[in-house]
Design a protein around this ligand. Structure first.
Ligand SMILES: [Fe+2]
Length: 476
């Protein structure tokens, strides 16, 4: 559902033929009778269609794109021209107008042509901002009306409908007969080459699901493979850095799947750059926001949200489960339509920063990232960049929007309690993850996962990598 629909429906403005309304959305060319009715009132016509505008007698034409940061690339921001003024408009058409209005910060615009008010282009998100909403209400009415503005504010801050979290697809991997895992070091070229070749031996349903996952990730943002080969397992280590396995079967399983998805990589601060990291609870980290914690609720996060080369995929292979430790998961698809229109609009704006994870900065760091949006990409099906622990809004409205999203993520999340042989694949661009608390026993039977990170193209980190290990350094 678009922001526009969420705003207008509670106001009783839905149909193109509802000439009694103040605002009419036209997706199709109106009939001549309706056109006359529109002209005779104080109606504002909303449309993104040049054909509709032409039928209304509004002259439109493609405007020359303004140069962006790259002079060879067209900036998708165009300009609407009035008699004496120009304002930027996110849209693909220009309108020759007698009058043009804009907010104080120049974001949304409307024009008046032959007595008809027109809002055009991608202005829906702009009206959901606090200033844009006031401008919009006053443009529609031709004057300030506190009652309408209060109603509009209520609409903009009211959540949308509840949406169930999409189910995570499950595929059985018990029929896979993998080749023998090599004895080469796991970070070595030989081991990584062997897993690339082993991808050819995966059962068809698994291989196809992984290819589809890369091409067009499912709405859940995750995929669960069950009964994957693990080999012989020693007791769970008390220190994950001291794991001592007799074979490398589980690592081979994990990296074979990862290599079909892209390029498995390690990050130097994470277990010294190991491409496969062991994750088991430690006494020292029990209450911290790190993967080796246990008693704390691991807050929802995009993996390495602060990192310029953060992974595209996160893979978790369970060697030994714990029934009380659920891996929590929330896809953007579960929350996007439930966000209030205002928060949804604000989350698309660069009004947020993140801090650095403790494990990368060697402790808590006060350094902050540049300002970025939390939601980005396709407005109807965006990607999400979120860390409920480390991120902040740069102003009160932005902070409010961030808190609304974090609350929805907690409410809508699904949980996967990983069992031995389960391999969970997460698309780090569209789903955030966390973990529920559990109580470790430190007796060799505790929960034990292996993790790998996958990027689409490891050469993107050239200059900040050594082979498959990304070496970006952070400010402490
Ligand atoms: Fe994580």
């Amino acid at each position: 559902m678009s922001v526009l629909s969420q705003v207008l429906e509670p106001l009783g403005v839905t149909a193109a033929s509802d000439q009694a309304a103040d605002v009419v959305i036209l997706h199709h060319v109106p009939d001549p009778e309706l056109l006359e009715q529109l002209r005779s009132g104080t109606t504002v016509v909303c449309t993104s269609s040049p054909d509709v505008l032409a039928a209304l007698g509004v002259t439109t034409h493609p405007l020359p794109a303004r140069p962006s940061h790259d002079p060879l690339v067209a900036d998708p921001v165009y300009t609407v021209r009035g008699a004496d003024v120009e304002f930027p408009l996110s849209g693909a058409i220009g309108i020759e107008c007698d009058e043009v209005w804009a907010t104080a910060d120049g974001i949304p615009v409307a024009g008046r042509v032959d007595g008809l008010s027109v809002l055009a282009g991608r202005w829906e998100d702009a009206i959901a901002d606090e200033n844009g909403a006031l401008f919009w209400a006053r443009t529609v009415l031709g004057k300030a009306d506190p009652a309408v503005e209060e109603m509009l504010n209520t609409v903009l801050t009211t959540p949308g409908p509840h949406v169930d979290h999409p189910a995570v697809d499950v595929i059985d991997g018990s029929s896979w007969q993998p080749p023998a895992a090599p004895q080469d070091p796991i970070n070595s070229s030989d081991f990584l080459r062997a897993v690339a070749h082993a991808g050819r031996t995966l059962p068809g349903p698994i291989y196809d699901a992984l290819v589809d996952f890369v091409d067009d990730a499912p709405a859940a943002g995750a995929l669960l493979l069950k009964n994957m080969p693990l080999g012989d397992l020693p007791p769970t280590p008390e220190d994950p850095l001291l794991a001592d396995k007799a074979d490398q079967v589980s690592e081979f399983s994990l990296l074979t799947v990862g290599r079909v998805l892209g390029r498995p990589v390690g990050y130097l601060p994470e277990h010294g750059g190991d491409v496969v990291q062991n994750i088991s609870p430690t006494r020292r980290n029990a209450d911290r926001q790190v993967s080796t914690s246990s008693k704390s609720m691991l807050e929802f996060h995009t993996e390495a949200a602060f990192h310029p080369h953060r992974p595209r995929y996160l893979l978790l292979l369970c060697l030994r489960g714990d029934p009380s430790a659920a891996t929590t998961l929330c896809s953007i698809a579960a929350v996007i339509d439930t966000l209030s229109p205002r928060s949804r609009a604000v989350l698309f704006q660069p009004r947020f920063t993140t801090g650095i994870d403790e494990s990368y900065a060697g402790g808590r760091s006060s350094a902050r990232s540049v300002q970025r949006p939390v939601l980005y990409g396709d407005p109807e099906s965006p990607k999400m960049w979120l860390d409920a622990d480390l991120m902040q809004g740069t102003d009160p409205i932005a902070q409010q929007a961030l808190e609304e999203l974090a609350r929805l993520v907690r409410e809508k999340a699904t949980g996967v309690t990983l069992e031995a042989g389960d391999l969970l694949v997460v698309d780090n661009d569209i789903a955030v993850h966390g973990r529920t608390p559990f109580t470790p026993r430190f007796d060799g039977t505790d929960r034990w996962l292996q993790r790998t990170f996958v990027v689409a193209d490891h050469t993107a980190a050239d200059g900040s990598r050594s082979g498959r290990v990304i070496t970006t350094r952070f400010i402490a």
